[in-house]
Design a protein around this ligand. Structure first.
Ligand SMILES: [Zn+2]
Length: 501
C-alpha cells in the first residue's frame, strides 16, 4: 500500500471531531509474511515508515537506512532498512526526503476565558496541525473544562493534543486573576492541595500577585512532599535560591532570572518581605545594574538544584514590537473569534501611552532576556519550550506561537538541537513521561512528525510539516489543512451566531 492510499483511507475519519481509539491501518495475517535470511518479521506491525531520516534528538544526529515499525499507537521497533521485504505487504509510509522527529510539546499554554469555552475548543485540533501533540496547561479559569478535555482526549473522544494541566493555580486572597485557588493560610493551602490532587491535576502552579511569601514557600514544599511538580513565578519577596531550595521544579518566564544578575537579590527579597521595600520599588531597583557574571553563578546554582526554566519569550517580544507591527493580516486571526481577540485589548490599552523611550527600554530588556538562553543552556539548566499562548496574552497565538518561540531561541544564539530537545524530550521528562514520549525510539508512543527540512540545521523546519502521526493515524498535509479549514469555519459560525443574538 502506498502512502497515498493510506491518506485516502484516513480522510473520512478526519471530518469528525470524534476519534475512534483503534488504528485505521490493517495488516494481513502474520503467517503470510515472507521470511528473509536470519531476520524474521515482527508481529503486530500496523505501519512501516521507510525512506526517512530519523532525527535522534538526544544525540543530535540523523540516522538513515532504518525502518520505523509501528504497532497502533506505539513504536514497536526500529530495524535496518534491508528488512523492508519482510514487511512489504503491510501498510507503508514512504517519507522520502523527509525527517522523522518526535512531535512537539508546548510546555506553557492557557485555555482560558469563562465565556470562551467553544472558542478554545475549536483550537484544540490546530495544535495537531502545527505538530504539537502535548501541551502543559499552566492553569486557567476554565479549569473544570480543561480537566474534562484532558480526559476526553486521552479516551479518544475529542481530537486535540495530550493535555497536562495544573487546573487552578494557587494565589493569595483577592488576586488580580480570575479563577485562582485563593489561599490565605496554611490550612487553606493544604485543603487546596487536597482538592487539586482529588482532581488529579498533573502539576501545581503558583503565581505571585497576592500570595504571602511564607505561604508561597510552604506551598512549594507541600507540592514537593506530595511528589507533584511545582511551577511558579517569582515574587519580589522571595529569592530564586529560596524557591529552589524549597523544591521548585520550574520557573515560568525567564524575565525573573535577570534578578540573579544582582548580588543583593536575597537582601532585596528580605526587605520586601519585611515591608521595608515595596514590590514596585524592587522592580525599579532591578532595572539598572544587571551583572552577567553574577547571573552565571546563579544559573549554575539553578542547574545544580535541578530547577527547569520555561523562558516564554514570544509574549514579551510581541508587546515590545507592538507599536511597530501590523497584525491585521496575521493568518492565525482566521481561527480566533472576535470574543477571543477582544481579550487582547487590555494590554494594548495599557501600552498605548508608552513613549518611544519606554518602548526602547522594553525592547532592550527583551533582548537581554533572550541573550540569557544560550548561557542558561551552557550552565546546564533544563529549558522547556513554552509559548504562554492564551486569550489574555496579546498576539501570542495558540499553537503557532510555539514555533515563533523556537525561532526566537535560535535568533538568541541557541543551537537548533538544544531547541528541539527543549520542545520534545525535555518536556516529556519534566512531566515524568520520558519513557513514553519525546524521542523516536522503540517502546515509545508514535507521536511523530515528518518534516520536509532538517530541524537539526534550522529550527524553522518545525513549520515544514508534511505529515503527523498521532494515536495510530497518519495525517498528511491535506488532512492537516482540513483541520485548519474546519477551525476557520467553526470560528466564522461562532462569530456569526453571536452577532445574530
Ligand atoms: Zn502563563
Amino acid at each position: 500500500m502506498t502512502k497515498k492510499t493510506i491518506r485516502h483511507r484516513l480522510l473520512p475519519a478526519l471530518f469528525s471531531l470524534q476519534l475512534v481509539a483503534c488504528s485505521n491501518v490493517v495488516h494481513p495475517p502474520l503467517a503470510d509474511k515472507p521470511q528473509a535470511g536470519p531476520a524474521s518479521a515482527l508481529s503486530g506491525v500496523t505501519l512501516v515508515i521507510h525512506n526517512v531520516r530519523l532525527v535522534d534528538v538526544e544525540k543530535a544526529e540523523l540516522i538513515e537506512h532504518q525502518l520505523v515499525l509501528l504497532a497502533g499507537e506505539q513504536i514497536l521497533a526500529i530495524v535496518p532498512e534491508r528488512q523492508l521485504s519482510l514487511y512489504s505487504e503491510l501498510p507503508q509510509l514512504d517519507g522520502r526526503g523527509h525527517y522523522l522527529t518526535p512531535a512537539l510539546w508546548d510546555m506553557h499554554v492557557h485555555f482560558e476565558g469563562r465565556t470562551l469555552e467553544q472558542d478554545n475548543a475549536l483550537l484544540l485540533p490546530l495544535y495537531l496541525a502545527y505538530g504539537i501533540t502535548a501541551v502543559r496547561e499552566a492553569a486557567s479559569n476554565l479549569a473544570p473544562v480543561v480537566l474534562r478535555w484532558r480526559d476526553e482526549i486521552a479516551a479518544g473522544r475529542l481530537l486535540g493534543p495530550r493535555i497536562f494541566t495544573a487546573g487552578q493555580k494557587f494565589e493569595g486572597i483577592n488576586s488580580l486573576w480570575d479563577g485562582d485557588l485563593e489561599v490565605g493560610s496554611q490550612a487553606e493551602m493544604l485543603a487546596g492541595m487536597d482538592q487539586l490532587q482529588a482532581q488529579k491535576v498533573d502539576f501545581i502552579k503558583i503565581t505571585e500577585n497576592t500570595m504571602q511569601p511564607e505561604l508561597y514557600l510552604s506551598t512549594v514544599r507541600e507540592a514537593q512532599k506530595r511528589g507533584l511538580q511545582v511551577s511558579a513565578h517569582v515574587p519580589y519577596a522571595l529569592s530564586i535560591d529560596e524557591l529552589a531550595s524549597a523544591g521548585l521544579s520550574s520557573i515560568e518566564h525567564a524575565s525573573y532570572l535577570l534578578r540573579l544578575g544582582f548580588a543583593d537579590e536575597a537582601a532585596v527579597a528580605a526587605k520586601v518581605r519585611a515591608g521595608q521595600l515595596s514590590p514596585a520599588a524592587a522592580a525599579v531597583h532591578y532595572q539598572q545594574g544587571f551583572n552577567q557574571q553574577q547571573a552565571l553563578k546563579g544559573y549554575a546554582r539553578l542547574a545544580k538544584a535541578g530547577v527547569a526554566v520555561t523562558p516564554t519569550l514570544i509574549g514579551g517580544q510581541q508587546l515590545a514590537m507592538l507599536h511597530h507591527t501590523d497584525h491585521s493580516h496575521d493568518v492565525f486571526l482566521t481561527y480566533l473569534t472576535k470574543d477571543f481577540i477582544s481579550n487582547y485589548q487590555w494590554r494594548i490599552d495599557r501600552m498605548a501611552g508608552e513613549t518611544p523611550a519606554q518602548q526602547l527600554t522594553r525592547q532592550q530588556k527583551e533582548q537581554l532576556i533572550a541573550s540569557q538562553l544560550p548561557l542558561l543552556q551552557q550552565a546546564g539548566v533544563t529549558l522547556l519550550a513554552g509559548s504562554d499562548s492564551a486569550a489574555l496574552n496579546t498576539y501570542v497565538y495558540p499553537a503557532q506561537a510555539l514555533h515563533d518561540e523556537l525561532l526566537l531561541w535560535q535568533q538568541a544564539g541557541m543551537q537548533s538541537a538544544d531547541i528541539l530537545r527543549a520542545a520534545t524530550i525535555n518536556g516529556a521528562r519534566f512531566m515524568g513521561q520520558g519513557q513514553y514520549y519525546g524521542s523516536v525510539a522503540a517502546g515509545k508512543k508514535a507521536d511523530l512528525l515528518l518534516l520536509s527540512a532538517n530541524p537539526l540545521q534550522d529550527i524553522a523546519a518545525t513549520r515544514r510539516l508534511d505529515s503527523l502521526i498521532y494515536k495510530g493515524k497518519v495525517y498528511d498535509r491535506a488532512a492537516l489543512d482540513q483541520l485548519l479549514q474546519r477551525a476557520a469555519m467553526q470560528k466564522q459560525s461562532l462569530d456569526l451566531h453571536r452577532q445574530q443574538k
